[in-house]
Design a protein around this ligand. Structure first.
Ligand code: AMP
Ligand code: MG
Length: 345
């Protein structure tokens, strides 16, 4: 009986001591580049032993090298594009098959505004070249004929995706080319989220991959995560912030992210599959909030092309929240976004 009493006292003492030693998470910050964009990480971790930010960078780089890149011969997308026209098609991983399935559904639901087969048109505009920086007079506006020829090689309806028990196969017609630029950063968020969930020493994080931001867990001070919405005409300043609790994905597509100006006209990187020209839908930017990264990234691109009214409908179809900035600078949003967005004073 006496021994039992002493054990109980010891147990109580231990519990009190452990309770007192609750560890405050430390913030680890990192800024780096991958996927042709800036990766900013703020990770709150209760043990400083592991370089989580470094491991996340490795993960993003291998996603680019092994799966998404159009340029690197190591990637699946590269192999798929090389296989275009082959009657045998190309074996693809479950990850790429799942991603394409999701993309093809969004193409259907957006009536073709979002289309990952726009590769030939994107190449014609040389959008990657703009990022590398153009010399004076280097920018060429494609002719109507060139655009028509490139557009004839596009169209998700021409993609055949076969998913079976023995794996998945993809068939592209001759000349077709996938470009997953509109969803790559969102897919990175999905992979980062899986990494964070596997590491219980991480209590919270906010990580941005270009225009897509992942929030996860809690901030030690108990306040919500604050994700800025850039002013499209002064991107260094915010129009306001979206305040979020726990896990969310926030993606922005804007005409200020990548563009060239010629003859007083801004040619930006979000193309309308209907005519191959930069989308002219009356918007400067769209920000979408959903639980899933690929979805938020795809929807922000799709909504930009569709414009405010149709974009609003598409966002609502997916239960996503969206904020639209129109050419005249006015802001409109889905009802759920009203409760998340705080305009700058
Ligand atoms: P985002 O910044 O996420 O809106 O993605 C823009 C990128 O996606 C561009 O740089 C192109 O590589 C690609 N893209 C452009 N227009 C479209 C479109 N309508 N559908 C799908 N991908 C597109
Ligand atoms: Mg996108």
């Amino acid at each position: 009986m006496k021994r039992f009493f002493y054990m109980a006292v010891m147990f109580g003492l231990c519990a009190v001591l452990c309770g007192c030693k609750a560890v405050t998470p430390q913030r680890v910050q990192s800024v780096d580049t991958a996927m042709g964009t800036v990766i900013q990480q703020n990770i709150f971790q209760v043990s400083g032993d592991t370089d989580h930010a470094g491991e996340i960078m490795d993960l993003i780089r291998s996603l680019e090298e092994d799966l998404l890149s159009r340029r690197l011969a190591t990637s699946e997308v590269y192999a798929v594009n090389r296989s275009a026209g082959s009657p045998e098609g190309q074996n693809i991983s479950e990850e790429l098959a799942g991603m394409l399935e999701q993309c093809l559904e969004i193409t259907e639901r957006s009536e073709g505004a979002f289309d990952v087969t726009l590769g030939p048109v994107i190449r014609l505009w040389d959008i990657d070249g703009w990022a590398a920086g153009l010399e004076e007079g280097e920018f060429q506006i494609p002719s109507e004929d060139e655009l028509a020829r490139a557009l004839a090689l596009c169209g998700s309806r021409k993609v055949r995706l076969e998913q079976g028990e023995n794996g998945s196969k993809l068939y592209l017609e001759e000349g077709m080319e996938l470009d997953l630029g509109a969803v790559g950063k969102g897919l990175a968020l999905t992979e980062i989220l899986a990494y964070l969930k596997e590491h219980n020493m991480i209590s919270g994080a906010v990580i941005s991959v270009g225009g897509s931001v992942l929030t996860y867990g809690d901030k030690p001070d108990g306040t919500g995560w604050r994700v800025g919405v850039a002013d499209p005409r002064a991107p260094a300043t915010n129009l306001g912030v979206i305040v979020l609790e726990g896990q969310w994905c926030v993606s922005t597509s804007g005409d200020y992210e990548r563009y060239v100006e010629a003859g007083g006209i801004r040619y930006h990187h979000i193309l309308d599959p209907a005519d191959g020209y930069p989308a002219d839908s009356g918007l400067c930017s769209v920000t979408v909030v959903t639980k899933d990264g690929l979805l938020s990234d795809a929807l922000s691109t799709a909504c930009f092309v569709l414009g405010r009214e149709k974009g609003m409908e598409l966002a609502e179809l997916y239960g996503a929240e969206a904020l639209f900035v129109t050419d005249d600078g006015s802001i409109s949003m889905t009802p759920g976004m009203e409760g998340m967005f705080q305009a700058a004073q």
